[in-house]
Ligand binder design. Structure first.
Ligand SMILES: Nc1ncnc2c1ncn2[C@@H]1O[C@H](COP(=O)(O)OP(=O)(O)OP(=O)(O)O)[C@@H](O)[C@H]1O
Length: 250
């Protein structure tokens, strides 16, 4: 069942930013929202997160209507480009934060929290950094902490908005693999916003190509390349490939 997005529209004044968007994400599936700047990717992700609300349409998570549910009640994990870690807390404490904040009845014991944090940090390959502070980490390591922290609360869905775009090429590639492995091992559904075709193709099971507030095509990388649904999709993918071949990209 996963996440179902039905006819979601959103305008800012007279600017229609999302135009009756439909999308479904299966349990355990990794979906990328790929498109040029201004196509509505971030707005759609923020609506899924509950940080913004659609003007019309519905969102269902595991069959539950979450359209009007506030963000903190959705149990979604989030990682953004500049994810603010708590600078005065160690990596382990940052990761444990969401669990420690739970009301007493739903809070795991100290030792359970410790175990879960250790497992996640090991899975994110930063177990050896548990006692460090964010200021002592590289950008890539910080994003690994952000990822472990987002997953610690056992979210129903993982939302990622250009999480690696501030990092350099080599580190980004390593993180893509780490993200993909972690997501599959945890078995969670995930949605990644990116304008980077290589990133989308490498990580996602299916890719939604967006343009001007609409999903032009939703399919696997192979489907998009083999049978693009519109001139926009073929031109967009071609443009990206040329850009990369010239050595200008990624
Ligand atoms: N708070 C806002 N108020 C007014 N217009 C907005 C607001 N947020 C976004 N927009 C507009 O909505 C459109 C879609 O923006 P959005 O950030 O969703 O696109 P995007 O595909 O994520 O782009 P980018 O890759 O540059 O982040 C843009 O035209 C943008 O200017």
């Amino acid at each position: 069942m996963g996440l179902e997005i039905e006819n979601v529209s959103k305008s800012y004044g007279s600017n229609l930013v999302l135009d009756a968007v439909n999308l479904d994400v299966a349990p355990g599936e990794f979906v990328a929202l790929l498109g040029p700047s201004g196509s509505g990717k971030t707005t759609l992700l923020r609506i899924i997160a509950g940080l913004q609300f659609a003007d019309s349409g519905r969102l269902l998570m595991e069959g539950e209507d979450i359209t009007g549910l506030e963000a903190r009640l959705r149990r979604f994990g989030m990682v953004f480009q500049s994810y603010a870690l708590f600078e005065h807390m160690s990596v382990a404490d940052n990761t444990a934060f969401g669990l420690k904040m739970r009301p007493r009845g739903r809070r795991p014991s100290r030792s359970e929290i410790g175990e879960r944090v250790k497992t996640l940090l090991d899975m994110a390959e930063i177990g050896h950094l548990a006692d460090r502070y964010p200021s002592q980490l590289s950008g890539g390591q910080r994003q690994r902490v952000a990822l472990a922290r987002a997953l610690a609360i056992e979210p129903r869905l993982l939302l990622l908005d250009e999480p690696f775009s501030a990092l350099d090429t080599k580190i980004r590639k390593g993180l893509r693999t780490a993200l993909r492995d972690l997501q599959k091992r945890v078995g969670i559904s995930a949605i990644l916003v990116t304008h980077d075709q290589e990133e989308a193709f490498e990580i996602a099971d299916r890719i939604a190509v967006m343009s001007e507030g609409r999903i032009e095509q939703f399919g696997t990388a192979e489907e998009l390349v083999r049978s693009p649904a519109s001139p926009f999709v073929s031109e967009f993918l071609e443009g990206m490939a040329n850009y990369e071949n010239q050595g200008a990209g990624i």
